[in-house]
Design a protein around this ligand. Structure first.
Ligand code: ZN
Length: 95
């Protein structure tokens, strides 16, 4: 049972999507509004490869196949707590 839904990725240490080399990815400055917007979300960033000149957006967070199970678990937990609180309130203050 895992408790995390999002996992941080480290694009700087990942393979280049274009040439496949490791350790050549560096963060790149934003060049337009779209890239600035991407950067603002904090979920992704602009990267470029020093070797082949590839430039693009890479996610900073990822989910795995257990993330959805964890998410449903949290939703269920919140619903259960809300139900218990409602019952307690109704028992004490309800008519
Ligand atoms: Zn490359």
């Amino acid at each position: 049972m895992q408790l995390r839904i999002f996992f941080k990725t480290f694009p700087e240490t990942a393979n280049c999507p274009s040439c496949g080399k490791v350790g050549t990815i560096r963060r790149s400055r934003t060049r337009n509004l779209l890239e600035a917007a991407v950067k603002l979300t904090k979920l992704a960033n602009i990267y470029k490869c020093r070797e082949c000149g590839w430039r693009g957006i890479l996610k900073k967070y990822t989910v795995d196949r257990y993330s959805f199970i964890t998410l449903f678990f949290y939703i269920g937990l919140v619903a259960l707590v809300a139900y218990i609180i409602r019952m307690v309130l109704l028992k004490n203050f309800g008519t």
